[in-house]
Write a protein that binds this ligand. Structure first.
Ligand SMILES: NC(=O)c1ccc[n+]([C@@H]2O[C@H](COP(=O)([O-])OP(=O)(O)OC[C@H]3O[C@@H](n4cnc5c(N)ncnc54)[C@H](O)[C@@H]3O)[C@@H](O)[C@H]2O)c1
Length: 435
C-alpha cells in the first residue's frame, strides 16, 4: 500500500482494540498494543486470539512482525504519538458509564504536547472536555468505533463513515488520525469532540429504538393476526425507513446497546433532561425477552419440571460474547419457574459456563433437544437453519419451538410436526399443542 506509515499505540486489546491493532498493522503501520491483562498479552504474543471473531486470527498471524503486545503503556508512549484508547466502559449501577479504565489510562500518559489520545471507547459526551481539563497539553481526538462483532474486521476495513472530533488546537492530531483512516475510504465526518461523542451514542440509541419499535409492532401484530416479517418488509422498502434493524425478536443485547442506552439516558438525566423515548426503548427490550415465557406457558402450562433447550447462547451469531445476552435472562427466568435449562452454542460455551452455572451444556442441537419439552431459538446461528428438523423433532418429548429471531422456515417446521411460534407471527398448532 502506497501510503505514509505512522507508528500506532492501542490501549486495551479487547474486541475493539485487537481489531484496531491488527487492521492498522494490515495497513502497514507498526502497532504497539497494550493491555493490563497479562494473560491476554501472553496469549496474543503466542499468536492466539482470546475470543471468537471471524478473520482476526488470519490478520494477527499475517501481520505478526508489525505487532507488539505489552502490558506497559510506556512502550506505546515510546513508539507512537497516536494512542488509540480502546478500554472497556461498562455500566455502573447508576447507569452512568464506568470511566475508571479510561481514567487509569489518563493517569499513565504524559502531558507532554507530543502525544494524542484518540478515544475509540464509547464515552459520555463531555468526557473529552473533562480529560482536556486534566491534561491540557496532550491532544485529544474523539474517534468512536462503529464495528459490529461478528463482522468486525470487514467493518473496520470498510467503514461507512469515520467520525473524527477535535477541538481547536488539536487539529494536528485530527489530521494524523484522518491520514491513517484515509486509505479505508468511507465518508469522513470532521467535527468537534462533543458532537463526535454524541454521534456514537445517538447512533446506537437510534438503532436500538428501531429494534424496540418493530418489537412493539410485532406484539400488536400477534394480537391482530398480522405477520411482522411482512410488515417489516413492506415498511423497509421505504427508503426513509430502511430495512435494517427492523427484525422483530427477543430484543437486543451485547456489549454496546444496553450500556450505551443506559449511559445516554443517564447523561441526559444528569443534565436534568428526562429522555422519555429512551426510557421506553429500554423497557420494551426488557419485557420482550420475558414474553417468551408466556408463549411457552400458553402451550405447556406451568414450566415447573419441564426441560427447555436454549439454542444459541451468545448475544448474536459469529461471536462468543455473552455480555447482556438474552440467554442470560431467559435461563434465569426459566429456572425461576422451575424448569431445567439445557443450552447449546457452537462457540460460546466457554464464556457462557461461568455466567450460566445451573444450565446443562450440550455438545449439539440434537443433544440439547433430546427429551426436551420445548426449545427456544435464541441466537440465529446458520447451523440451526440447516438442521434436519424432522429427526430433531422426533427426539423431543414435545416438539414445541419458539423462534426468538424469526430465523427458521416456519412452514417447514410445521410440516416437520413442530408447534412453531415466532415473534409477531401467527401461531400454529401441531404435535406440541397436544400437551
Ligand atoms: N465490542 C463492540 O462491538 C464495540 C463496538 C463499538 C464500540 N465499542 C466500545 O469500545 C470499548 C471497548 O469495548 P470492547 O468490546 O473492546 O471491550 P473489551 O472488554 O473486549 O476490551 C477492553 C480491554 O481493555 C483492557 N483494559 C482495561 N483497562 C485497561 C488499562 N488501564 N490499560 C490497558 N488495557 C486496559 C481490558 O483488559 C480489555 O482487554 C467500549 O467502550 C465499547 O463500548 C465496543
Amino acid at each position: 500500500m502506497n501510503q505514509k506509515t505512522e507508528p500506532i499505540g492501542v490501549i486495551g486489546a479487547g474486541w475493539v482494540g485487537l481489531v484496531t491493532a491488527t487492521c492498522f498493522a494490515e495497513l502497514g503501520h507498526s502497532v504497539v498494543a497494550v493491555d493490563v491483562d497479562a494473560d491476554k498479552i501472553a496469549e496474543l504474543r503466542a499468536g492466539e486470539v482470546p475470543f471468537h471473531e471471524p478473520k482476526i486470527d488470519e490478520l494477527l498471524s499475517r501481520n505478526a512482525e508489525r505487532l507488539t503486545f505489552t502490558t506497559e503503556i510506556a512502550d506505546a508512549l515510546e513508539e507512537a504519538r497516536l494512542l488509540f484508547v480502546c478500554v472497556d466502559t461498562p455500566p455502573t449501577y447508576s447507569g452512568d458509564a464506568d470511566l475508571s479504565r479510561v481514567q487509569a489510562v489518563v493517569g499513565e500518559v504524559r502531558d507532554d504536547g507530543e502525544h494524542a489520545l484518540v478515544m475509540k471507547s464509547t464515552v459520555p459526551a463531555g468526557t473529552g472536555a473533562a480529560i482536556k481539563r486534566e491534561l491540557s497539553d496532550i491532544a485529544y481526538v474523539s474517534c468512536p468505533e462503529f464495528l459490529k462483532e461478528g463482522s468486525a474486521i470487514d467493518d473496520f476495513l470498510h467503514p461507512e463513515r469515520v467520525v473524527i472530533g477535535a477541538d481547536p488546537g488539536d487539529e494536528w492530531a485530527a489530521d494524523a488520525v484522518a491520514a491513517v483512516y484515509e486509505p479505508l475510504g468511507g465518508e469522513m465526518v470532521r467535527t468537534d469532540v462533543a458532537s463526535a461523542e454524541m454521534i456514537k451514542l445517538a447512533s446506537n440509541a437510534f438503532l436500538a429504538t428501531k429494534i424496540s419499535f418493530i418489537n412493539e409492532i410485532a406484539n400488536v401484530s400477534e394480537e391482530v393476526g398480522a405477520d411482522v416479517t411482512e410488515v417489516a418488509r413492506g415498511m423497509g422498502l421505504d427508503q426513509r425507513i430502511g430495512s435494517s434493524f427492523l427484525k422483530a425478536g427477543i430484543g437486543y443485547g451485547g456489549s454496546c446497546f444496553p450500556k450505551d442506552l443506559k449511559s445516554l439516558k443517564q447523561l441526559a438525566g444528569n443534565t436534568g433532561y428526562h429522555f422519555q423515548l429512551l426510557t421506553a426503548v429500554i423497557e420494551v427490550n426488557e419485557l420482550q425477552k420475558r414474553r417468551v415465557l408466556k408463549k411457552l406457558e400458553k402451550h405447556l402450562g406451568s414450566l415447573a419440571g419441564r426441560t427447555v433447550a436454549l439454542l444459541g447462547l451468545a448475544f448474536k451469531p459469529d461471536t462468543d460474547d455473552m455480555r447482556e445476552a438474552s440467554s442470560l435472562v431467559l435461563a434465569s427466568r426459566l429456572q425461576g419457574e422451575g424448569a431445567t435449562v439445557r443450552g447449546y452454542d457452537p462457540v460460546a460455551e466457554e464464556s457462557a459456563r461461568e455466567l450460566l452455572p445451573d444450565v446443562v451444556f450440550c455438545e449439539s442441537v440434537a443433544e440439547a433437544l433430546d427429551g426436551a419439552d420445548a426449545a427456544i431459538l435464541v441466537t440465529e446461528w446458520p447451523e440451526f437453519a440447516e438442521a434436519d428438523w424432522v429427526s430433531l423433532g422426533d427426539r423431543m418429548a414435545n416438539p414445541l419451538l419458539i423462534d426468538g429471531r424469526n430465523f427458521l422456515d416456519a412452514a417447514a417446521l410445521r410440516d416437520a410436526g413442530f408447534t412453531y411460534e415466532g415473534i409477531g407471527r401467527a401461531s400454529s398448532t401441531g404435535r406440541g399443542a397436544q400437551v
